[in-house]
Design a binder for this molecule. Sequence first.
Ligand code: ZN
Ligand code: ZN
Ligand code: ZN
Ligand code: ZN
Ligand code: ZN
Ligand code: ZN
Ligand code: ZN
Length: 251
Amino acid sequence: MNDGVIKDGGYDVKLVNEAPAEVDVFCVVCTLVLRDPVQLQCCTRHLCDSCYQKCAKEASSCPVCGTVPTQAFPDGAWARIVKNLKVYCINKQRGCYWENELRLLQDHVDVCSCDMIACPRNCGFSMERRNKEFHLSSICRLRPFKCEHCSAGGTYEAIMQVHFKECAEYPLDCPNNCTTDTIKRKNLKAHILETCPLEMVKCQFSEVGCSFICQRKDMAKHLDDCMQQHLMMTMETVRHLKLRVQSLEEK
Ligand SMILES: [Zn+2]
Ligand SMILES: [Zn+2]
Ligand SMILES: [Zn+2]
Ligand SMILES: [Zn+2]
Ligand SMILES: [Zn+2]
Ligand SMILES: [Zn+2]
Ligand SMILES: [Zn+2]
């Protein structure tokens, strides 16, 4: 998890008081406050252990005075001096007022309300620790969530992106916009096939040759208007059928 303080190189912290002039507080390589200081044998300067290891890998000469070969030794007394320096919290700019000795910094950062932490549900979101509860309850895409239309439960993301596309109780608009009311998904098909006044429908007499198509609400008028024609078409069909039956019987 996030430990708040970068592990490579020195401590990226601001000192509360000015650095004492007589001691190396800052690493000569990374210029940050010394972490696990080692002392160079050649010129007695200090640098972070990790910075020294990095330099030693690249060149055998001292990064400060150039002596070849160079050697360095851990300096525990120096480490204590540096760790007793007063520093501000690394989250000062986000509003944390904490200031104390460097050796106490990590314990503070672990609980600092301004520290950035990753969502414990691994949603990919980071937030200040003080906003964690709000994130988990109201923002996190992986928070538990219930469909408001039926009793289905899941994560917010699953309900919104998957369940809402198939929930039988989900309210939809009529594709013909026949009403400002919504229609439950499970009723929409029947609505369009059986009742929607704006759905285009074929005349019931299409079977006997009427090709008229109109919105359902206008069909009654067509049936009224064309009663005569429908009757003629029906008669014509009956006549054909009769002839058909006769010819079949003759075979
Ligand atoms: Zn360093
Ligand atoms: Zn040197
Ligand atoms: Zn803090
Ligand atoms: Zn989250
Ligand atoms: Zn649902
Ligand atoms: Zn409709
Ligand atoms: Zn018709």
